[in-house]
Design a protein around this ligand. Sequence first.
Ligand SMILES: Cc1cc2nc3c(=O)[nH]c(=O)nc-3n(C[C@H](O)[C@H](O)[C@H](O)COP(=O)(O)O)c2cc1C
Length: 360
Amino acid sequence: MAAIAPKIGTCSRYPGTAANTLAPQLNPNPTNPWLFCTAPMMDWTDRHCRFFLRLLTRRARLYTEMVHTGAVLHGDCARHLAFDPAEHPVALQLGGSDPQALARAAEIGAARGYDEINLNCGCPSDRVQEGRFGACLMAEPQRVAAAVAAMRAAGGVPVTVKCRIGIDDSEDYVFLRRFVETVAAAGCATFVVHARKAWLKGLSPKENREVPPLSYETVYRLKQEFPALTVVLNGGIRTLEQCEVHLRHVDGVMLGREAYENPQLLAHVDSRLFGDPQRPPARAETLARLQPYVERELARGVALQHIVRHLMGLYRGQPGGRAFRRSLAQHAHRPGAGWGVIQGALAEANASSNTAAFAE
Ligand SMILES: Cc1cc2nc3c(=O)[nH]c(=O)nc-3n(C[C@H](O)[C@H](O)[C@H](O)COP(=O)(O)O)c2cc1C
């Protein structure tokens, strides 16, 4: 594959710089598979969560939690990689650093039907650092390039990378450019970039999602210098208005915490960002469409609480929302808990709000 050379000549537009100095250049492209993505989140974006999110948006690209190659190759692979066909398009995120192990895991993921294999180069946790993967891989672009090349050869689906804009005291931008250039030359055409550095010492993973400052300009600049790449911006995005602003500069956006904590936002993605004519689904409609899934999973022995925990944000900010959450938290873990728990939570919310909000 030909080397991907950055358009270095455009650098002079960024003399250390503010976002609004960057001229808007793109129009959102509704045929771009990465236009709107939900983020990989450990313990959050499991298969129940993804099924629920898919009821809210047909178009978003959904990412799994990170799955380590060891779990795929030596663990309960069927459990770790299970997903429902309704989840498509769905990407499997892998964690690991050994190119051959990553290639075998990518092959298995692709054979199981995932639409994309994503390599985690952004997680800063201590455990991940001990395994020398996640964000510390940004210091080893050649290793990541070798992994990407092996994964592409093995899997036959797009291999993408999720990274930060840098680690620790890496030189700003030059470090990111070198990483992207090296990995792109191995055939990675899509980069999801969390627009803050990872500080590998002294911060918890949670702090590493909040403390290092966001620099959206750095990600915009990456797109300008590598126009042939698909660049997806992640980090701190809370509204669809903000998505629209970013989509003037990059190809796609990825939302993590806001998508999870306020999932009704996703109900508006298809119409607003993709131009789909359908009306956004109302909350109660989404729950009604979830019922057959819940009953099927209960019949397979899944405990209700494993599904219900992902619904807590659905009525966030709505009258009765607190009563809804409280009722679910009180009843979902009880033995024998079934769909009636969700109906009960809706009834309690209605009673507490005394409005028609829960008909919506
Ligand atoms: C609970 C939680 C778990 C996460 N797990 C992962 C993960 O497994 N892989 C990954 O690449 N990023 C992970 N992240 C980071 C998110 O994918 C995302 O990059 C980060 O939250 C910033 O986006 P946001 O501001 O939209 O939430 C996690 C974030 C959270 C909140």
